[in-house]
Design a protein around this ligand. Structure first.
Ligand SMILES: *[C@@H]1O[C@H](CO)[C@@H](O)[C@H](O)[C@H]1NC(C)=O
Ligand SMILES: *[C@@H]1O[C@H](CO)[C@@H](O)[C@H](O)[C@H]1NC(C)=O
Ligand SMILES: *[C@@H]1O[C@H](CO)[C@@H](O)[C@H](O)[C@H]1NC(C)=O
Ligand SMILES: *[C@@H]1O[C@H](CO)[C@@H](O)[C@H](O)[C@H]1NC(C)=O
Ligand SMILES: *[C@@H]1O[C@H](CO)[C@@H](O)[C@H](O)[C@H]1NC(C)=O
Ligand SMILES: *[C@@H]1O[C@H](CO)[C@@H](O)[C@H](O)[C@H]1NC(C)=O
Ligand SMILES: *[C@@H]1O[C@H](CO)[C@@H](O)[C@H](O)[C@H]1NC(C)=O
Ligand SMILES: *[C@@H]1O[C@H](CO)[C@@H](O)[C@H](O)[C@H]1NC(C)=O
Ligand SMILES: *[C@@H]1O[C@H](CO)[C@@H](O)[C@H](O)[C@H]1NC(C)=O
Length: 843
């Protein structure tokens, strides 16, 4: 593997340099008419420059086989002109290729006035627009039809014989592939029977159609996601209430500049959305993994921002992992083969299409000719914590697990069984679909969770070999693995440094330093002085040879992948520089090693001083107040002063570093999320640290910078008390009315004392009351505002800074109701809600 970091760095530099992929050809036309031919690299570009139409190739390999790709095939498509990596919004022929390799096809108006692609060698028509619907062609001729790529991205074929009014003969909006653009309709024309629906792509590698469909359900007038041509719906939008769908709450009020309508009358039944600003690049599409997503392109960060996606959980997509595979709610990879099975098509699998599933490695005994049931040598392999596959057959009158296993063994087509006291004996005679691995925390299992016994050949059961062929690759669209987060962090900080060095070129010429591994080794005395350990790697102290500056060298663990998704996030962080954000000096990538070199923070992180009795130094109140203010300023900068808003997502004392004079610097952008200027919300995987997580993370709704405000509020309370909020303090436990112990959760207590006017009792005892009462009260008020349940009730970081600076005053906040409810109820069950360990589950 080439040094990915370096490669990335190069990409970014190039990217920043060229300033986005503007079309080079200014004289591009938007129409094909008689006598014109579009061929090779020619493009039609819509009048507004937003869409381009042209030919492209993709390698097509024989379906289901893991053979080498065959010859390239030709496709005709429309894509966003401004988005650097070709993002198709429509592909002719439903995404099937229009021509084989060799020559490049031509687009023209055929003799009978149709829009057609020709093989230039044979002059034969390989695809034509109107043949799709088998329309009887009227007396249109070459001379009076024209194909135009409209500003909306709609390719229309017009009959211009009537000079005062042209007639639309055909339009691409009537034959969508996987994308719904603004002003296009998704749904039925009840008169003609035309059903416009979205069909997923089969894989990332090319546009050919996959198994999932997004359409309007005739009976219920709801949007549904389903397996195409089947009745297997796996998600539905709920009813339209005139403004939004009940299962897409994100549509309400969250998307300024969007108008959405669902129309049902005697002629039509369709969904349509418009944007008020035509320059907005947006799409609603069904992705390869069967999720429906709505995205907006952010010019600033050069990336797609997902406004919502449904179903929210990837495993809820029907058959996403194919037969004999298990979908995992929490682990990467998403899909893995059951024991004794291996991936059917490695090529498909790696390209993100896992619906082919897995195949048995060694045949069952009876399949090899032994028909005598009793003699079958097959064994059963128990799989626990499985939510059972569907299409089970219930066997009546089978009274024990043993009998159930015999029933299965007796029939050669039986692949698995499961026995439960309530549901009795279930057997499967088919491929096993939709098995899901459940999360094991909390001890609470789904009602249908249980043990499934998978039938395997005796040979398979004996083999001790580790299942090396088990798939470790899971391509999840929009996913963010820990490794990817590291990279965001890495490159983001590279850019930070780049821009900073630019600004201080007088004292520090040259850009970010690329260190050699050898040098880092000697500078850190062979990585001998470890000063920290984090989720992403270890941190060592070092001393640069030439300048004898102290540095912190972070060694990153794990593999790095997925440069595309965050290239963008990177270019937007390029403008970041702030005294309260940590500074990167350089990096090193040689072979497999990845290092980041930061300025050394002699006073390490805030938690050490606040929570540890040994090792930390005592923080006076005025120091604490300065830390509170500095962190607020840093966050305010991230939220409000950058080109794109940046949500840090993991504010906690461990990520607040202190320099020699205890000036705070926010560190670790490994979980940061970038949000555009126009859209304040972003849908993302739960990330962060328990104890600091805002309630909206748990509900799975889109988040705003207010999640950082919440975490910040929690940190403020810890600054005041000098203790972790989530630690039980025995002296604060009290008997509640029914005799059970209730823990008095500090944030709730703080809010209550604040209302009583007794904030000094909250103060860290180590301070011995040496603190400015007004400041303590101010900090407590701000903290209490920050941890309000509803994000709209929380202040912005800008307001927080103003209050802490004493510029404006702050009212008395109400009690945070949710916290109070959760922590003051004696039954401790609910308290786990706010503090569920956040598994890095990816969507
Ligand atoms: C053919 O032309 C007639 C009259 O212009 C029109 O009513 C009819 O819809 C057309 N048919 C098709 C298939 O375009
Ligand atoms: C189309 O126009 C060209 C040039 O104006 C003419 O030579 C040709 O005969 C016309 N074809 C038809 C079918 O009208
Ligand atoms: C052309 O369209 C106009 C407007 O619809 C209509 O009034 C006129 O009759 C049409 N002319 C012909 C020749 O069809
Ligand atoms: C669904 O039906 C359409 C039309 O009948 C057919 O063209 C398409 O191949 C089918 N798709 C699948 C996945 O069976
Ligand atoms: C979208 O725009 C089209 C054309 O401008 C209009 O006919 C339609 O009613 C609009 N739909 C919505 C949902 O605003
Ligand atoms: C949709 O419209 C049709 C015709 O107006 C009506 O019969 C049907 O009940 C409507 N469907 C729903 C779900 O409202
Ligand atoms: C549309 O959006 C662009 C880019 O965000 C902006 O520059 C322009 O002012 C907007 N136009 C209107 C009419 O709001
Ligand atoms: C069939 O069963 C017998 C035992 O009855 C066993 O010895 C033999 O190996 C089996 N055959 C195969 C092909 O597994
Ligand atoms: C095995 O089970 C299948 C499905 O229930 C059934 O059709 C078949 O007859 C069974 N075979 C035997 C030998 O019992």
């Amino acid at each position: 593997m080439p040094p990915l970091l370096c490669a990335l760095f190069a990409i970014i530099v190039v990217h920043l340099g060229d300033g986005g992929g503007a079309p080079a050809c200014s004289a591009a036309r938007d129409a094909v008419s008689a006598g014109h031919v579009l061929a090779g690299k020619d493009r039609l570009v819509s009048n507004n420059g937003k869409f381009a139409l042209g030919f492209f190739t993709a390698p097509v390999h024989a379906a289901g086989e893991s053979s080498a790709p065959n010859q390239d095939k030709w496709f005709l498509g429309i894509w966003f002109n401004k988005v650097p990596s070709q993002t198709n919004v429509w592909v002719a022929n439903g995404g099937e290729p229009i021509m084989d390799g060799a020559a490049s096809p031509e687009l023209t108006i055929s003799d009978d006035g149709d829009l057609a692609t020709l093989n230039p060698l044979t002059k034969s028509i390989t695809w034509s627009a109107r043949s799709i619907i088998g329309a009887t062609k009227n007396s249109t001729t070459t001379n009076n039809t024209v194909a135009v790529l409209l500003n909306s991205g709609n390719l229309v074929l017009l009959d211009t014989s009537n000079l005062s009014e042209s007639r639309t003969l055909w339009q691409s909006f009537d034959h969508p592939t996987d994308t719904l653009l603004p002003s296009a309709k998704l749904g039925r024309d009840k008169v003609t029977g035309l059903n416009r629906r979205l069909i997923s792509k089969k894989s990332m590698a090319g546009p050919w159609p996959g198994p999932f469909c997004f359409e309007v359900d005739d009976d219920t007038s709801q949007l549904v996601l389903k397996l195409c041509n089947s009745s297997m719906d796996y998600w539905s939008s709920g009813a339209w209430n005139g403004q939004s769908f009940t299962s897409i709450p994100e549509l309400t009020g969250n998307t300024p500049g969007f108008h959405i309508a669902f129309v049902n009358n005697s002629r039509e039944e369709f969904l349509q959305f418009n944007v008020t600003n035509e320059t907005v690049v947006t799409r609603n599409f069904i992705d390869v993994n069967g999720q429906n997503k709505h995205q907006v392109w952010l010019d600033g960060s050069q990336d797609w921002l997902t406004l919502y996606s449904n179903p929210k959980i990837q495993c809820d997509v029907y058959g996403i992992c194919g037969p004999f595979a298990v979908c995992s709610y929490s682990l990467m990879p998403l899909c893995s083969c059951m024991k004794g099975f291996s991936v059917r098509s490695q090529v498909d699998w790696e390209q993100g299409d896992q619906t082919g599933g897995c195949v048995r490695e060694s045949p069952l005994d009876c399949a090899s000719g032994n028909t005598s049931a009793a003699a079958s040598t097959d064994k059963f392999y128990p799989m626990s914590m499985i939510s059972l596959p569907d299409r089970a057959q219930s066997m009546q009158g089978v009274g024990s697990s043993d009998d159930c296993s015999k029933v299965c063994l007796n029939n050669c087509s039986c692949t698995a069984y499961s026995y439960g006291n309530s549901r009795g004996c279930l057997v499967w005679h088919t491929e096993l679909f939709n098995a899901k691995q459940q999360q094991s925390h909390g001890g609470e299992t789904d009602s249908d969770g249980g043990i499934m016994y998978l039938r395997l050949s005796a040979r398979e059961m004996q083999s001790r070999r580790s299942n090396k062929r088990r798939v470790t690759v899971g391509v999840v669209v929009g996913a963010c693995t820990a490794a990817l987060c590291v990279l965001v962090f890495v490159v983001a900080l590279i850019i930070v440094r780049r821009s900073r060095t630019k600004n201080r070129s007088s004292q520090n010429c040259g850009s970010l330093v690329a260190f050699r591994h050898k040098d880092l080794r000697s500078e850190t005395k062979n990585f001998s002085e470890k000063i920290g350990e984090g989720g992403f790697g270890s941190v060592f102290k070092g001393q640069l040879r030439d300048s004898s500056t102290c540095v912190a060298v972070k060694r990153l663990d794990g593999s790095l992948q997925g440069e595309k998704q965050f290239r963008a996030e990177v270019s937007s962080i390029g403008t970041i520089q702030h005294i309260n954000l940590v500074n990167l000096i350089g990096f090193c990538c040689e072979g497999d090693s990845r290092f980041l070199v930061y300025e050394h923070m002699p006073n390490r992180s805030l938690d050490i001083h606040l929570f540890r009795s040994n090792g930390g130094s005592f923080l006076s109140w005025s120091t604490r107040y300065q830390i509170a203010l500095g962190v607020a300023r840093g966050l305010c900068y991230l939220h409000e002063s950058c080109r794109d808003r940046i949500i840090h997502c993991d504010i906690k004392p461990q990520n607040i570093l202190l320099d020699a004079s205890f000036l705070p610097k926010i560190a670790d952008f490994g979980m940061a999320k970038f949000v555009g200027r126009d859209f304040s919300r972003v849908l993302t995987t739960m990330r962060g640290t328990m104890g600091y997580l805002a309630p909206e993370w748990i509900s799975g709704s889109a988040i705003t910078p207010k999640v950082d405000v919440y975490s910040y509020g929690m940190v403020l309370l810890e600054l005041v008390s000098g203790t972790m909020n989530s630690v039980r303090r025995s002296d604060e436990e009290r008997e509640s009315s029914d005799g059970s112990h209730a823990v008095v959760y500090f944030p709730v207590q703080a809010a209550r004392k604040l209302l009583e006017g007794d904030v000094m009792s909250l103060l860290d005892q180590k301070l011995r009351g040496e603190a400015d009462f007004k400041e303590v009260e101010r900090v407590c008020k701000v903290a209490c505002w920050c941890i309000q349940d509803d994000e709209v009730d929380r202040p912005t970081m800008g307001q927080v800074v103003q209050v802490l600076e004493g510029v404006v005053d702050c009212d008395m906040p109400p009690l945070p109701r949710l916290l109070q409810r959760i922590f003051e109820t004696p039954s401790s069950v609910s308290s786990s809600v706010l503090f569920v360990a956040s598994s890095p589950e990816c969507r």
